[in-house]
Write a protein that binds this ligand. Structure first.
Ligand SMILES: [Zn+2]
Length: 164
C-alpha cells in the first residue's frame, strides 16, 4: 500500500509541504517494561506525517491498521521549517551557469566554490549515450553528477548532494 494518497501533503519526493506551519505527526507506540517493572513506551523509528489535522491522522490510522484497535499512537504537532537561504546566495538572475570546474577547487575530498567557499553540490543526471551508426537498442545511458555551487550557480534540479 502506498502512503502517499492518505493525506493531501504527500510524502512523495519533490512534492511541496507548506512552510512554517503546524502539522500533525504520529509514532506508533509499544509498551515495554524495564528490570524494575517500570513501563515505558518503545517507539518506532518511523515518524508518519505531515498530516493536516486530527481527522486525516485518524483516517490514516484506520487505513494502515484497520483491525488493530488495541494499537496506540503518539500524535503530536510539529512545526515544519525550511533552512533559511544562505546570506551568500546570489539572486537568481545573477547566478551563472553551473558546471565549470575552473570555478571550483578541491579541499581534502570536497569540491568547493572559489567565489564563496560553499561545498559544491551534485545533481544526479542520467545521460543517454548515443553511438552514431548504431541501431536504437544499442543505446545506453550512464549516470553522472552535474556539479553546481548552491550560492553562485543555477540549480537545474533540486535533488543535490555533496560530491566527493
Ligand atoms: Zn559559490
Amino acid at each position: 500500500m502506498s502512503y502517499t494518497h492518505l493525506h493531501p501533503y504527500g510524502l512523495r519526493r519533490g512534492k511541496g509541504v507548506p512552510k512554517e506551519v503546524l502539522m500533525k505527526f504520529f509514532i506508533r507506540l509499544s509498551y515495554r517494561y524495564d528490570n524494575h517493572g517500570n513501563q515505558y513506551s518503545h517507539m518506532d523509528s518511523v515518524v508518519y506525517g505531515p498530516y493536516e489535522d486530527d481527522k486525516t491522522v485518524e483516517d490514516a490510522l484506520a487505513l494502515l491498521w484497520p483491525n488493530d484497535k488495541e494499537k496506540q499512537f503518539l500524535v503530536f504537532d510539529g512545526q515544519i521549517l525550511n533552512v533559511k537561504p544562505s546570506s551568500k546566495e546570489k539572486p537568481e538572475e545573477k547566478k551563472r551557469t553551473p558546471g565549470n570546474m575552473e570555478n571550483y577547487y578541491k579541499e581534502r575530498d570536497i569540491w568547493k566554490c572559489k567565489d564563496c567557499n560553499a561545498d559544491i553540490l551534485g545533481t544526479p543526471v542520467t545521460h543517454l549515450i548515443w553511438i552514431p551508426g548504431m541501431i536504437d537498442n544499442n543505446r545506453s545511458s550512464k549516470n553522472e553528477t552535474d556539479p553546481y555551487c548552491p550560492n553562485c550557480e543555477k540549480n537545474l534540479n533540486s535533488h543535490g548532494a555533496p560530491i566527493i
